[in-house]
Ligand binder design. Sequence first.
Ligand code: XMP
Length: 511
Amino acid sequence: MEDDVIAVIDFGGQYTHLISRRIRSLGVKTAVIPSRQLRPAELKTVKGVIFSGGPASVYEEDAPRVGIELLEGRPVLGICYGHQLLAHLFGGEVEKARVREYGRTVIQVDEGCRLFKGLPNRFMVWMSHSDHVKQLPPGFTACASTSSSPNAAICNEGKQLYGVQFHPEVSHTENGIQILANFVFNICGCIPSWKMENYVDRVVQEIAQQVGDGRVLCAVSGGIDSTVTAALVSKAVGKKLKCIFINHGLLRKKEPEQVLEALKNIVGEENVVYVDASKRFLEKLRGVADPEEKRKIIGHEFAAVFEEYSRKHGPFTHLAQGTLYPDVVESGRSVGGSAVIKTHHNVGGMPETFNLELVEPLKELYKDEVRQIAELLGLPKWLVKRHPFPGPGLAVRVIGEVTEEKLRICRDASAIVEEELEKMGLLDDVWQAFAVVGDDKATGVKGDVRSLGHVVTVRVVSSVDGMTADYVKIPYETLDRIASRITNEVEGVSWVTYAISSKPPATIEPQ
Ligand code: XMP
């Protein structure tokens, strides 16, 4: 049975994927389609359409729009810009509002409207707009208002068209998920069949079919995306998969051993190739202080090592990689069909000569869905809950030249940060937590002897997607313990500092 699908048309809104994820959390599949790429065929089988928000004004000449003929009588929910677009498309009038509404606002709704069925008649919503619907389109009525927006929600129940000026997808909006549920279930009539159990069964079958008699190569980093990819491909093709785990010498403490053990358990020891290329990478990085240069070298070297080993263990017909849904949408690809690897790969530049067909079992999924699959497949807990770790590894946490000594300090100090946060039950609540070391040295006194030692900076941040971040206000006692353990246990460190810059203006990683 095919899953019911809600199309989310993206007009450049910052919350488009959030709308999509909320609908999926209700068990309904979504397809995010950038408005300028919308083709009639894509809406043929969808049960309903959501117009996202966006930064444009519908009355501007080049504002993104869609033709109403594409909707073909399907239910539509317009959100923010989408609400204004809906009004505009059906003959209403949108203008710049005198008062810009931003933040929490109390709304009064008509509980008779199917969108607000079962909700209280007043609640708090989250607004962010400077245009508003001045004149309703013919056949529409206002079904919600705020003190400054008489048309905060509009509807034409007969045609199943709804618009809300506020954002039901953000967590600050009370009853937001109920509003979305009313739309997808009561109005669009969707059946909640989007479940990761079903997804795994389907994708495993598809991979087996795609690969046929071929052989698949997969680069695994130990991160959740590449590991789940390997696990799914292994389920589908068994011995026809070879996983290559390259240790570039920039991994965290005990990471190579942990990843290798987990990988062997997941895909079988005989299907894993472990390459310890640390010496080779460190050699190439010698004397290089510029972070972008380091990234370039690591990317190139990674591709070279990967190619060497794949040639040795090949020939291969397919390359498995853990591309996620937002990347597919962003690159303007459709999730149907399969691509052939050319020059780009998420690890770094892959050689063009590869010419392998891509197997991308996660290309329809968001990160939280990948985590659900990891749990379903019984992957180790530490792997499921792992913090994101940059591809170039500790090379971006060691400021300046990467040396064995700075790597040791960075590794050992980071392990202490993680251990202490774990003891406090804080580790899983933060986005990333690590130590940074550069070339700055400060004076320390051990016994009666003054000596110079490295300055280590501890960085602990909270974030939702890595785009913005806050430093975490961890208790002074925990900071105390971290600082004293690092100076006592890590040879060559005299000072410990705590990074209290948020992103922006700082970045999460120091380099
Ligand atoms: P920044 O430092 O830009 O980091 O605030 C945002 C998120 O991206 C990760 N990051 C990287 N990941 N390759 C990666 O795969 C990189 O070169 C890289 N640089 C930063 C970082 O860990 C954070 O989660």
